[in-house]
Design a protein around this ligand. Structure first.
Ligand SMILES: [Zn+2]
Ligand SMILES: [Zn+2]
Length: 327
């Protein structure tokens, strides 16, 4: 690249793409470092990111020692990005055989797993450095601590906890899969959160974006009448409404608006499936049924904190599904 180019965020992203399969990754990394040295990073806030990008390119090319120097420099340049940079530095130290320093760097970051979504980088680094067992122990410890806090904490603490559980549970699930471990209860939680989020995200294609919900008596009757729905729904109603709430929270976090729930009934589903010639236990039939119900009046979500909960419990939202289901 010409030496006078300003490196914009878009150009940095392009370089990141180019780096994979580049015949000369070292010179690509050197170009980025030179731009930093010459003050040619368009947004000074990207300086740490640029250095880490160069470090990553060198790492992938097998030059761990120079990657370590750049990661160390990135930490000094931009302390606010330190979780990524420090995770990378810790991982590189481990892979260079400097175990004590590497573990010290990563152990210092460990508490961040409970509050900082970026901290899952340290799990990646541990796993990459052949320390998957440690990574698993830390991530499980973080989940235990968050879920414990969720039981007893303030509403704000609960909201923060909910935002973390999804990401940690997914990352842990991947890790255990790579390790060839069987599903445990957190893996089932990860699968449920993922399925619930997937269902609501699918339904976002429609407007209004509504999710099918079964009031308590209907839920119990539903699973008795069509036991095969046990593959689609969790065994208990509490878990069902928690799943619906969690999926809506996830969708809202991803920017979805116009969210709502529609209440299904066993008799309604039976009639609908018969009219449509569909199988009531087929998820597609359930989606179509939800769409049909949405044409009436979906219950908008979320309710106000002091309003009646959408689940029909009769309690205020802030005392019912809002706190209990985040996570
Ligand atoms: Zn799974
Ligand atoms: Zn509720």
């Amino acid at each position: 690249m010409p030496s006078t180019d300003l490196l914009t965020a878009a150009r940095l992203a392009e370089i990141e793409e180019l780096a994979t399969g580049s015949p000369d990754p070292a010179s690509l990394a050197a170009d980025v470092v030179r731009a930093v040295d010459e003050g040619r990073i368009a947004d000074p806030d990207d300086t740490g990111h640029a250095l880490l990008l160069a470090a990553r390119i060198l790492e992938q090319a097998g030059d761990l020692a120079d990657a370590l120097a750049l990661a160390t420099r990135a930490i000094a340049e931009q302390p606010q990005h330190d979780v990524r940079a420090r995770s990378m530095r810790g991982g590189l130290l481990l892979r260079l055989g400097r175990d004590e320093e590497g573990l010290a760097e990563l152990t210092a970051l460990r508490p961040r797993l409970e509050s900082d979504p970026d901290a899952t980088h340290l799990v990646d680094e541990l796993a990459h450095a052949g320390r998957a067992e440690t990574a698993l122990e830390w991530i499980t410890g973080a989940l235990d601590a968050i879920l414990e806090r969720k039981q007893h904490g303030s509403e704000d603490a609960q909201d923060e906890a909910a935002a973390m559980v999804y990401g940690l549970a997914q990352r842990r699930h991947e890790l255990r899969e790579e390790m060839g471990l069987p599903h445990d209860h957190y893996d089932h939680l990860a699968d449920r959160l993922d399925a619930a989020a997937g269902r609501v995200l699918n339904s976002l294609a429609d407007s209004p974006a509504t999710l099918l919900f079964w009031p308590r008596p209907e839920y119990d009757a539903l699973l008795v009448r069509w036991p095969a729905l046990g593959d689609t729904y969790p065994p208990g109603w509490d878990e069902h409404r928690a799943q619906v709430e969690q999926a809506l929270v996830t969708a809202a976090e991803q920017g979805a608006t116009d969210l709502g729930v529609v209440a299904g009934s066993v008799a309604g589903l039976a009639t609908f499936a018969e009219q449509e010639g569909g199988d009531p236990t087929d998820p597609d039939t359930l989606d179509d049924y939800a769409d049909a119900l949405s044409e009436a009046a979906p219950t908008p979500w979320p309710p106000g904190r002091n309003d009646a909960c959408w689940c029909g419990s009769g309690s205020k939202y802030k005392k019912c599904c809002r706190p209990r289901s985040r996570g």
